[in-house]
Design a protein around this ligand. Structure first.
Ligand SMILES: C[S@@+](CC[C@H](N)C(=O)[O-])C[C@H]1O[C@@H](n2cnc3c(N)ncnc32)[C@H](O)[C@@H]1O
Length: 1009
């Protein structure tokens, strides 16, 4: 028995308006001003909409539960009626508990709206109901419910707990996250608008002083004020026979500078009348101390009329192609040259400048002047001097080491191994100056301020420095379509950027100090309103979730969003900011900022494949540590309390580890809700299934009323298995109705499946042998696959479809999305809104799934991947459903040695695929002798035949298609058309597959079939 059976159910255990909450969560993503996500970068932040809704539904009992306290029913009805009278809404029969439930759920859905998040009426109503729920569920009068988040990150969950009147306890292992929580949960509620005003005032004064000190290093001229400088790292061309003076190749990923429909600027090489690229001789001194006389190819700006006027850049896949010698220096040599120069940011070549002009909207571009070059050199000299003069225990520029996380921190491959290497000399000069001034601001508290207030102000200013640093690193790019400086962390990684953009911190435009300050202050102001009035206490600590500081049974709810397995290396990423925070806040927060880098050992991430130092952090380690954390969560949660764990991953091993951790920790899953937050776009994009939803797994401690763990609930394996299909069968249509399909729906089924299994402390076979969760999950995947297939083919008679057709259909469905976006409102776009789109799920190279997911789906359908080698290819951890064009050879050239899985064709470059298939077909026509008169030999399965017809259509072989369908009788098989129809609904729009299958379907009638 768990508390779910002895205590009234909470709303979240019976229902949640997931579609409406999801819609608000998606919309919130693009509302940036004042949103805590703009206070400071934190990775994989939760939308506040989802947090607020989930917390309320967790703290409020279900009025339709017979055990719901009458006081809650009565007072909830009164409050909601009063709100309805003031604000309008549906008339209700308030005395009907089911109607009251739906009124509460409506309130939750409405209040998830960002526009209402600071609305007084909604704030007061939610707080009153939280208090009433708490007291009527047994909380001592006057106390508040405590919501605990042991993986608090950027603080979304605890902030929302405070907003609705609960106490919040936020902890995280990471000191940067802890500081962010401190600002949001402690400083802002305590100092409100006064803090915001003071930060703006001192921040503005800092800008004025810094500009006086550094302004000459950013000289403007009649052509305007520089907004950003465009730099290119360089390498020496290794072309043989260049003579004694090598060409210095500026590494340009693209020649575009502005690429808007109505405004185009690009770089081009200056060529002589002979067409050759002109060069100038220069002597350059590289950061490794070497001097070189080089030939620098000359560039100029121009306004292209069309994209064809713009040449390719010089850097492709890391190799450097020389515009003068046309020689390509291999990526290995590029690395070898840049490594001793620590990435080459400090000896990069200044290329051109973006400016703004007072009274003239838009950006202007000009080539570099001598003054620009001299100013950059002077800044570098100034920095050298300051470095020489600097003394103290902390290096002036961050000197901590970056880990080489394969696939995440590629900059390390080019010699950027210390955090300071991320910055060019002028960037470092600006940042170290701002750091110094923020420190000084903390040294002189005035008479009216307390030391704590001064610390609060200084901490907020340190966050402004971080925001500035994020814009001011040598891996920040210029966005050619928005014409603004992007930050360092467009992704949760540090990829090498060859041509970087250096924002001018005093430009008066986006990317400068004032903008960074404004973003921070707006968050302080907005959060101040949401946490004003009678709210709970926020408490913040640095702690590992595996050893939680709170005593047993102290929380009414544990609501948390643990790390997503291998998706984000938080600690490593956060060292970028931590390195500056230690300097901006010298002498403050010593408990947090003592070590030279963030602690990593206890961070629960599965990164064994990324770096030697994380060798032990594999799947088993993740499961074990997450298990400890979940046990701690249960320990802290009162026996009558509720846990909510948010999880998102498209990797099946990640799910298995997370679920095993929860189940083994003694949590009983009582509900689960997918909330579509478009997480997929926040996690690393890849051409494979991405998830839009995160699953909120609701659970209760499997405990006796004294808090001890129950171990006597033994379940019968046969009962568990017989209940499973029915539960999935119920759940899938609900998901579909809420717009949750594909991979999202598959993972969203894990919750209900777990509800059955975790009811028991142990599930046993008749022999007495215990069943592991892993074993159970095999059956779950199979049940989900069967149910999904039934849904995909609903209305279609699928009898007679072979395993290849079933697998194809299921595969395409898994990759599908609902295509929903926010409610169509024009979202407010922020200056630094990330330009991330949901990962492409299909492209000309095929349809990708994680291999393990594909294997499980196949197993569930009774299909065998190994037997379908011309349809599915596996490479490492990725499985690919071969695009139809890539099957041409195997489908038409019967008898010819088709290499396993048709791999010879698949290797063609993406763009060549559609051309290649016609050549393959021609070959087959010739060798098969059916080109002019006959039709190809029929494929073995219905799917093969549908694909053959599609290829004939795609290659414009109308007559052969007719002969194939009519004369050979392929089109007389009803199953052929049923499958074609089903596939038409599954192939993503704008793929060849979709056009071709529709083309075949369109011919049916005309052919009299
Ligand atoms: C998904 S994030 C939380 C994001 C947060 N909900 C938000 O909206 O910003 C997971 C967090 O877990 C933290 N973490 C990882 N291992 C931890 C551990 N052992 N103890 C506590 N926190 C840990 C990471 O630092 C990260 O902040």
């Amino acid at each position: 028995m768990s508390s779910a059976e002895t205590h009234p159910k909470r709303l979240i255990e019976v229902d949640l308006p997931i579609e409406r909450i999801s819609s608000h969560a998606r919309r919130e993503k693009s509302i940036r001003h004042g949103h805590i996500s703009t206070l400071h970068i934190w990775w994989a932040r939760r939308p506040l909409a989802a947090c607020r809704a989930v917390i309320l539904a967790t703290l409020w009992p279900d009025p339709a539960d017979t055990r719901c306290p009458e006081r809650f029913r009565r007072e909830a009805a009164q409050r909601l009626r009063a709100l309805r009278d003031r604000r309008g809404g549906t008339p209700r029969r308030w005395e009907d508990p089911l109607e009251l439930r739906s009124a509460l759920l409506d309130f939750i859905a409405d209040f998830a709206n960002w526009d209402l998040s600071n609305d007084k009426d909604y704030l007061e109503t939610s707080r009153a109901l939280v208090q009433i729920a708490h007291e009527s569920l047994g909380g001592a009068p006057g106390t508040r419910p405590l919501v605990v988040d042991p993986f608090a990150g950027g603080g979304a969950i605890p902030l929302e707990a405070l907003r609705v009147g609960a106490d919040a306890f936020a902890s995280d292992l990471n000191p940067v996250a802890v500081l962010l929580n401190k600002v949001v949960l402690e400083y802002v509620p305590k100092y409100g608008q006064v803090l915001a005003d003071r930060v703006r005032q001192i921040g503005t004064a800092i800008r004025e002083r810094a500009e006086r000190e550094l302004g000459t290093f950013y000289p403007g001229n009649a052509e305007g004020t520089p907004i950003a400088y465009f730099w290119a790292r360089t390498v020496l061309s290794e072309a043989p026979g260049q003579g004694s003076i090598a060409v210095e190749v500026p590494l340009l990923s693209s020649m575009w500078i502005a690429k808007k429909a109505n405004r185009k600027y690009a770089l081009r090489w200056v060529r002589g009348s002979d067409g050759k690229v002109k060069t100038r001789i220069a002597t350059v001194e590289y950061a490794d101390g070497s001097d070189h006389k080089v030939r620098q190819p000359l560039l100029e700006l121009f306004q292209p009329k069309s994209v064809r006027d713009v040449e390719a850049g010089t850097s492709l896949g890391g190799a450097a192609s020389c515009p003068v010698t046309e020689f390509t220096t291999a990526v290995e040599s590029v690395r070898a040259q840049l490594t001793p120069r620590r990435g080459g940011a400090s000896d990069a070549r200044l290329i051109c400048v973006a400016t703004s002009r007072a009274g003239h909207p838009g950006r202007f571009y000009r080539m570099v002047t001598h003054e620009d070059e001299a100013a950059a050199r002077a800044a570098s000299a100034e920095l050298s001097q300051r470095l020489e003069m600097h003394s103290g225990d902390l290096a002036l520029i961050p000197d901590g080491q970056l880990n080489h996380l394969r696939g995440f921190f590629n900059v390390v491959l080019y010699g950027m191994t210390r955090w300071g290497d991320m910055f060019s000399p002028r960037q470092a000069l600006a940042l170290t100056t701002l750091v110094r001034m923020v420190n000084e601001a903390g040294e002189h508290p005035t008479n009216e301020t307390t030391p704590d207030f001064t610390a609060a102000v200084q901490t907020c200013l340190a966050l402004v420095v971080d925001r500035q640093a994020e814009k001011l690193s040598s891996v920040a790019r210029w966005d050619t379509s928005r014409e603004n400086a992007q930050g360092t962390f467009g992704r949760q990684a540090l990829p090498m950027v060859w041509d970087f953009c250096e924002a001018n911190p005093f430009s008066g435009s986006g990317g400068d100090w004032d903008t960074a300050l404004d973003w921070v202050v707006r968050v302080l102001e907005n959060t101040a309103v949401g946490t004003e009035g009678k709210i709970g206490d926020g408490h913040v600590e640095r702690a590992s979730a595996t050893a939680h500081p709170l005593p047993n049974d102290s929380a009414q709810a544990v609501v948390t969003d643990p790390p997503y397995y291998a998706a984000v290396p938080y600690a490593d990423l956060s060292d970028f900011f931590y390195s500056w925070l230690r300097r901006s806040l010298r002498g403050r927060h010593d408990d947090l900022l003592g070590p030279s880098l963030t602690p990593k050992e206890e961070e629960i991430v599965s990164l064994s494949h990324r770096a030697a130092m994380y060798r032990e952090k594999n799947n088993a380690w993740f499961e074990e540590k997450m298990g400890q954390a979940c046990r701690e969560g249960r320990r802290v949660c009162s026996p009558s309390g509720v846990g909510v764990y948010v999880f998102a991953s498209k990797e099946t091993p990640a799910w298995e580890a997370m679920l095993a951790a929860l189940a083994n920790a003694g949590w009983v899953v009582t509900a689960s809700w997918p909330i579509d937050t478009e997480m997929g776009s926040r996690l690393r994009a890849r051409d494979s299934a991405t998830l839009a939803s995160s699953i909120h797994i609701v659970c209760r401690p499997r405990e006796n009323s004294d808090g001890s763990l129950r171990v006597d609930a033994v379940g019968d394996w046969r009962d568990v298995l017989s209940e499973l299909p029915g539960r999935i069968h119920e759940w899938m249509p609900r998901l579909a109705a809420e717009g949750i399909v594909g991979a999202d729906a598959i993972f969203a089924c894990l919750g209900p499946a777990l509800e059955i299994f975790t009811r028991y402390s142990r599930v046993e076979k008749a022999s007495g042998e215990a069943v592991t969760l892993k074993q159970y999950l095999e059956d779950v995947w199979a049940a989900v696959a069967k149910e999904a297939l039934a849904m995909i083919f609903s209305g279609v008679d699928a009898t007679g479809f072979e395993e290849d057709a079933r697998l194809t259909a299921m595969w395409l469905w898994t990759l599908s999305t609902s295509g929903k976006s926010s409610d169509g409102e024009e979202a407010e776009r922020g200056e630094d809104e990330e330009d991330e789109t949901t990962a492409v799920r299909a492209n000309a190279a095929g349809f990708f799934l994680e291999y393990d997911a594909a294997r499980k789906i196949a197993q569930g359908l009774g299909a065998h991947l190994e037997a379908l080698r011309t349809l599915v290819e596996v490479k490492g951890s990725i499985a690919r459903l071969v695009p139809i064009a890539g099957r041409t050879r195997s489908l038409f050239q019967k008898g010819e040695a088709v290499t396993a899985s048709g791999r010879n064709k698949a290797k063609k470059k993406t763009g060549q695929l559609s051309m290649g298939f016609v050549a393959d077909l021609e070959e087959a026509e010739e060798s098969g002798g059916w080109g002019d008169t006959g039709a190809p030999q029929k494929g073995e399965t219905i799917l093969d035949r549908v694909h053959q017809a599609m290829i004939l259509f795609g290659a414009a072989r109308g007559e052969a298609l007719r002969r194939f369908l009519v004369d050979d009788g392929v089109g007389r098989d009803e199953r052929f058309w049923r499958l074609a129809q089903a596939l038409s609904a599954l192939y993503p729009a704008s793929t060849d597959e979709k056009r071709w299958v529709d083309g075949v379907l369109a011919r049916k009638k005309g052919l009299g079939l």
